[in-house]
Design a binder for this molecule. Structure first.
Ligand SMILES: Cc1cc2nc3c(=O)[nH]c(=O)nc-3n(C[C@H](O)[C@H](O)[C@H](O)COP(=O)(O)OP(=O)(O)OC[C@H]3O[C@@H](n4cnc5c(N)ncnc54)[C@H](O)[C@@H]3O)c2cc1C
Length: 457
């Protein structure tokens, strides 16, 4: 058994753990990052497709201009060129019974840029476009972080209270909300949706822009981070988890201090501080049955799935990078060939995304691929004469925690009752739904708290 004493032990190598490691090593601190799997990235990773040799994501991820922490992270690790930041927001909405419509903001300051875009939504009657303003005004007047009413109602109830007709929901709100919150709109918190709208549409003009990965997720978010961390002396151990903690206060509930940690490889670590960056469902396994953090509320969390259909066609019938499908069980289609700059050669590679996919997650691959192809035929007639050459279905059953009404009160803060233990991860109290941004933000914040602790001890 060997013993090492890093400044910070980081448990979990998703983007939250990576962001913490990047921030800490940039300040010259020694870190040990342990990851139970044999790859980093957690719920954001890519791999080589055996048949085409191309990069395939575990699921398409879209970022936005309001992802300030993530954009800072990408800049720090030197990966900002792996994403395309739209100058102004541009999203195409396709409905089977209508012509495609583009939600396009202009270069005016926010929120005028968004107002312009909303008034251009020709799928909605003029009166209904005016009704969209009620949502904007409500968001402007309320603080989604603290407004009790917003925290007590679902997105559906909120939209109803604000007099949003069926048309506004069908052609705008529902597709945005399911993408942002990843569960049934009858269930998810209005506060979190209001927060998304406020952050994206009421900050700077650029906040509303989409940020589109030009490479696989591991290239964008992980590989350069590994280089960054290792170059600054940080250590990363894969296939490694925590066996047990020894602490000055466990199991009593008074504040304790983690003293040493035995890893699954038998090594004993004596870190000055520990950052846990594991998802909520791994907390009991990491911290053991005595529940040192008093986390009985872990049971309040539920997961919501995302299903992604990766389809390679023999013809390039989709001419935009991505679009939303309205009135369809498939929510978004991403033209990965175009996104990766490969549209001129070979097969057309599409990723079809279904959020909050409770109804589809148990279906067989063949059924899902057929569903995807049939849906594409409804929106792109040329899909009828195009053949699927390869297909792959990835079901992420625990893609995100469900941001249901009331969950906010159970999201733990980054500080814990253990003085040298900090909690990061998309499920902690970030005031955002489960996103890369929330995860990175939490990683940076925990790193800041760890630095403060190191300075004082
Ligand atoms: C298909 C899909 C699509 C998504 N789309 C988007 C999107 O478009 N935009 C967006 O912003 N977000 C999206 N998300 C959400 C986003 O991926 C997550 O919010 C984010 O990746 C969470 O990062 P994290 O670091 O908090 O957790 P994770 O990524 O889960 O990382 C935690 C890590 O801890 C490791 N771990 C667990 N237990 C241990 C242990 N005992 N020892 C060591 N390591 C351990 C795990 O193996 C994992 O690697 C999507 C998610 C999925 C799955």
């Amino acid at each position: 058994m060997t013993t090492t004493s890093p400044d910070v032990l980081i448990i979990g190598g998703g983007v939250a753990g990576l962001a913490a490691a990047v921030e800490l090593t940039s300040h010259g601190h020694s870190i040990l990052l342990i990851e139970q799997k044999q790859h980093l990235g957690g719920r954001t990773y890519s791999f080589r497709h055996p048949e085409t040799g191309g990069e395939v994501d575990n699921g398409q991820h879209l970022l936005m201009g309001c992802y300030h922490a993530t954009l800072r992270y990408l800049k720090m690790i030197g990966a900002e060129n792996f994403v395309e930041v739209q100058d102004t927001m541009s999203v195409i909405f396709r409905a089977p019974d209508k012509s495609p419509v583009e939600l396009k903001t202009n270069r005016l300051p926010a929120p005028l840029n968004v107002l312009w875009g909303l008034f251009g939504l020709s799928n909605l009657s003029f009166v209904n476009r005016l009704k969209l303003l009620r949502v904007g005004i409500d968001v402007m007047l309320k603080d989604p972080d603290t407004n009790r009413h917003l925290h007590s109602i679902s997105v559906s109830q909120w939209l109803e209270e604000l007099g949003q007709p069926e048309e506004n929901r069908k052609y705008l709100w529902d597709i945005i909300a399911i993408g942002a919150l990843n569960d049934s709109l009858e269930k998810v918190s209005a506060a979190l949706f209001a927060k998304v709208i406020k952050t994206a549409f009421f900050g700077s003009r650029k906040n509303a822009s989409m940020v589109i990965p030009k490479n696989g997720l591991s290239t964008v978010l992980v590989d350069k981070a590994i280089e960054f961390i290792e170059k600054r002396g940080g250590k990363i151990l894969l296939n490694t988890s925590v066996e047990r903690f020894h602490d000055s206060g466990f199991p009593p509930r008074r504040a304790g201090r983690i003293q040493d940690v035995v890893l699954s490889n038998g090594n004993k670590i004596q870190p000055t501080t520990v950052i846990s960056a594991v998802p909520y469902f791994d907390i009991p396994r990491v911290f053991g049955e005595y529940n040192p953090l008093g986390m009985v509320f872990i049971n309040e969390f539920e997961s919501s799935p995302i299903v992604t259909l990766h389809l390679w066609f023999d013809a390039h019938f989709m001419k935009e990078k991505f679009c939303a499908l309205l009135d369809s069980p498939i929510h978004w289609v991403f033209n990965k060939s175009m996104m990766y700059g490969n549209e001129d050669n070979g097969l057309m590679y599409l990723s079809l995304v279904v959020s909050g996919a409770h109804d589809l997650v148990e279906k067989e691959k063949e059924e899902l691929v057929e569903l995807g192809h049939n849906e594409l035929k409804r929106f792109y007639p040329a899909a009828s004469v195009s053949k699927i050459i390869h297909s792959l279905v990835i079901k992420e059953k625990r893609a995100t925690f469900s941001p249901k009404v009331g969950i906010e009160q159970f999201r733990p803060s980054h500080k814990t009752s253990i003085e040298n233990l900090f909690l990061a991860g998309d499920w902690t109290d970030t005031k955002l739904p489960a996103t890369i941004e929330g995860a990175v933000q939490s990683g940076f914040e925990c790193a800041g708290m760890a630095v403060k602790y190191l300075d004082q001890n």
